[in-house]
Design a protein around this ligand. Structure first.
Ligand SMILES: Cc1ncc(C[n+]2csc(CCOP(=O)(O)OP(=O)(O)O)c2C)c(N)n1
Ligand SMILES: [Mg+2]
Length: 411
């Protein structure tokens, strides 16, 4: 990295079709001379144009910096490595239960974060590990949660589908398809009511896009101009069902009818950043907007799905070759001579070690105490709590009896 920064300082970037440097870098014109060349603005055109529905799409020219591109590369490579490691841990039976991997879709997570702050809220479905990392979650918390350990982000009690990080505006992690969308609209209601000047990104898949609750929530959000952005991550499959078999109109950005929408290349982190910036400004002024992120998952739907029975291997390798989000950023970094291929490989090597170290640390963490089984179920002080008895806790401690005697609640 130091070598890359030194080379940056001594070289002019080549002029390519994709790059146009302003005459005066904004870090100088704004007097921020202490910023290194990592902050020198460069302009890159998005891979494909945005397509708008009932709105004028933003410009394809996206402003970025060498520092941002290196950050995108590092974060996406970390997410990719983490998901590959989760796959191995699952196969080794160290992760149990449901597990849905995000590799292929990383540009959505990092591009979105680049456009918003952690005061803005994000809520998503069960494909949530990388969204958690994007919100500042750590690798140890991730692996600990996946392996059901106390140090996990949900104290080891949520597992893969229920990651949370409320202190940086991440509201989960939801297993019921589509159910997070009305919850996200509720978060946006609170943001508007409290005059926070922040927005909520409510994420869902193309499969969820056909659900009734989505339209009900969108109707009331539009009626009340709530600052909510519905982000449809269209990876083109819901479990094993291709979008064309489930949706009469797979143009999800248009499905809000009276609600404006934007179709975005979700494999291009810079396009995602531009779209999310546009969406946030729009939502604060005018209410809801739908962003359809055209993306792709490389793994199967979940660990029980090999992912190759309803699509061809050629389709998967074609997307890897043509549209991979990490390779796209790698090419940009190389073409703008921000870092060399060897330096990028070194970063990937470092990340591999970071991931391995985090797994080793997570494996050392204890499991939650059986007495924790009934805590964190209801919000404290809202009049509802779980009733537990010692016999049941003891039985659950050795995992030999069902918890039927503890299933009642008291108001
Ligand atoms: C209400 C409900 N119905 C069905 C399921 C089973 N299910 C889990 S994921 C899924 C497919 C969802 O696909 P999509 O919304 O495209 O998200 P992706 O998995 O592609 O990220 C289904 C049907 C569920 N969890 N909840
Ligand atoms: Mg899908």
């Amino acid at each position: 990295m130091a070598a890359a920064a030194a080379r940056l300082a001594s070289r002019q970037s080549p002029i390519s079709k994709l790059l146009r440097r302003p005459l005066l870098p904004s870090c100088i014109s704004s007097g921020l001379r202490h910023l290194s060349d990592q902050a020198t603005p460069i302009t890159v055109e998005t891979s494909v144009p945005f397509v708008g529905h009932k709105c004028e799409p933003p410009s394809r020219e996206v402003e970025t910096t060498p520092g941002e591109l290196m950050g995108f590369f590092r974060e996406m490579a970390m997410m990719r490595r983490m998901e590959i490691a989760a796959d191995s841990l699952y196969k080794a039976k160290l992760i149990r239960g449901f597990c849905h991997l995000y590799d292929g879709q990383e540009a959505v997570a990092v591009g979105m974060e680049a456009a918003i702050t952690r005061k803005d809220a994000i809520i998503t479905a069960y494909r949530d590990h990388c969204i958690f990392l994007g919100r500042g979650g750590s690798l140890v918390e991730t692996f600990a949660e996946l392996m059901g350990r106390r140090a996990g982000c949900s104290n080891g009690k949520g597992g893969s589908m229920h990651f949370y990080k409320k202190d940086s505006g991440f509201y989960g992690g939801h297993g019921i398809v589509g159910a997070q969308v009305p919850l996200g609209c509720g978060l946006a209601f609170a943001q508007k009511y409290l005059k926070e000047g922040t927005v909520t990104f409510a994420m869902y898949g193309d499969g969820a896009a056909n659900q009734g609750q989505l339209f009900e929530a969108l109707n009331i959000s539009a009626l009340w101009d709530l600052p909510v952005i519905l982000v449809c991550e269209n990876n083109h499959y819901g479990m094993g069902t291709a979008e064309w078999r489930a949706a009469k109109s797979p143009a999800y950005y248009k499905r809000g009818d009276y609600v404006p929408g934007l179709k975005v290349d979700g494999m291009d982190a810079l396009a995602v950043k531009q779209a999310c910036k546009f969406a946030k400004e729009h939502a604060l002024k005018n209410g809801p907007l739908i962003l359809e992120m055209d993306t792709y998952r490389y793994h199967g739907h979940s660990m029980s799905d090999p992912g190759s029975t309803y699509r061809t291997r050629d389709e998967i390798s074609g997307v890897r070759q043509e549209r991979d989000p990490i390779e796209r950023v790698r090419k940009l970094i190389l073409s703008h001579e921000i870092a060399s291929a060897a330096e990028l490989k070194d970063i990937e090597k470092e990340l591999r070690k970071e991931v391995d170290d985090a797994i080793a640390q997570a494996k050392e963490c204890p499991m939650p105490d059986p007495s924790e089984l009934f805590t964190d179920v209801f919000v404290k002080g809202c009049g509802a709590e779980m009733k537990t008895c010692q016999r049941c806790v003891a039985a659950l401690g050795c995992l030999s009896e069902p918890a039927s005697c503890c299933s009642s609640t008291k108001e």
